[in-house]
Design a protein around this ligand. Structure first.
Ligand SMILES: Nc1ncnc2c1ncn2[C@@H]1O[C@H](COP(=O)(O)OP(=O)(O)O)[C@@H](O)[C@H]1O
Ligand SMILES: [Mg+2]
Length: 344
């Protein structure tokens, strides 16, 4: 798979309602860094896709008092990681910018140890989503020579969090309605000063639907930027597309994320859109469906195909696109068919 990466830089002015969470986590990290224990501390941030784990991890990473505690700070985006060697390479690359793909795992591990030797380091592993990787083995091969070293992970998978944790996992909470509203307004009006009161009122009900998920507020806000009131109404009423309006806008919002998908995932994703709008996506069903459509390497045996399907599903579930898709399916009744037509 091609990489869909996150990076550690942010526009912090765009992140709302996370001061307390950030301070709590910075404090946990500081305490762990200052303890004299020689074990590597692992702090997981857990929560559903789109709740804001990556955004929060960035705030923590960029906080001055975090920076003061460590000699070395690394941000590794591991959503697409497929094996140990790949991950070690991603970590080294996050420091030097150079890929050392050609090296053996042995040589890569040595390089990593050189890089971190005698350093008190903070390593972020953002978006651990592949549970076929032996993450414990990864943690075990990281040097823990100096006391106070720290690994911050973000993941949707609480099983992985509890396997790796040394500190109690931090569950990233949904945002309060008010903060979610700020995000929505930021994207729905961009810099515009004068905000239509009618729109703001409809916006209130739309934000309610976002249920504290920043991704939802952002997606729906972007969708409604410079749209007339009838479209706002449609989103509020859950029938954005019954009139055929709004189709192009939804597609352009979705397309941004869609374009970033590797091509084999694109095909599988497109087929998802042929499900009826309120379809509960059960992993097994989806995989069967892909299989029936011949998308999972038809030549291979069923077991192998299921494995590939699971891999694809996990890949998709870790992406904001997947959640955005749900939201938009809720907002628009016939979106599924439209997308199927446009994207296949
Ligand atoms: N507190 C927040 N304020 C504003 N935008 C946010 C906030 N948290 C997340 N976002 C935005 O919502 C989207 C999803 O957040 P992200 O951190 O990627 O979620 P996760 O990593 O949990 O899947 C991103 O576009 C992010 O910039
Ligand atoms: Mg993330």
């Amino acid at each position: 798979f091609a990489q869909r990466e996150t990076h550690s830089l942010i526009g912090e002015q765009n992140i709302f309602g996370r001061d307390k969470a950030k301070n709590d986590i910075v404090k946990m990290i500081s305490e762990a860094a200052e303890s004299n224990s020689n074990t590597l501390s692992v702090l997981p941030l857990i929560g559903m896709g789109g709740v804001g784990k990556t955004a929060l991890a960035k705030l923590v990473f960029n906080d001055k008092s975090t920076k003061d505690k460590f000699d070395k700070m690394l941000w590794a985006s591991v959503s697409n990681a497929f094996d140990l060697k790949h991950i070690v390479n991603i970590i080294i690359q996050s420091d030097s910018g150079e890929s050392n793909n050609q090296l053996t795992l042995e040589a890569l591990t040595k390089k990593l140890h050189e890089l971190l030797r005698d350093k008190r380091y903070l390593l972020v592993l953002d978006d651990i989503s592949n549970d076929n990787v032996n993450w414990e083995e990864l943690i075990n091969l990281l040097p823990s020579g100096r006391s106070g070293c720290m690994i911050l992970i973000t993941t949707r998978l609480s099983k992985i969090a509890s396997e790796l944790k040394t500190l109690e996992p931090y569950e990233v909470p949904k945002l309060p309605h008010e903060e979610c509203g700020k995000i929505f307004v930021r994207y729905a009006f961009r810099g515009e000063k004068a905000k239509d009161r009618e729109l703001l009122k409809i916006g209130e009900s739309i934000v309610q639907k976002c249920d504290g998920l920043p991704l939802a507020a952002r997606t729906l806000g972007s969708l409604l930027f410079r749209k007339d009131i009838s479209m706002w109404q449609e989103v509020k009423e859950n029938n954005l597309l019954s009139t055929g309006k709004g189709k192009d806008d939804i597609l352009s919002v979705l397309k941004l994320s869609y374009d970033a998908l590797p091509s084999d995932l694109k095909t599988c994703f497109s087929w998802l859109s042929t499900f009826p709008k309120d379809y509960d996506i059960f992993r097994e069903l989806i995989i069967m469906y892909w299989m029936a459509m011949g998308l999972l390497n038809p030549a291979s045996r069923t077991k192998e195909a299921i494995r590939v399907g699971e891999k694809y599903f996990n890949e998709l579930a870790g992406r904001s696109l997947f959640q955005a898709m749900f939201l938009i399916m809720m907002a628009a009744s016939h979106i599924a068919k439209c997308i199927a037509l446009f994207m296949i």
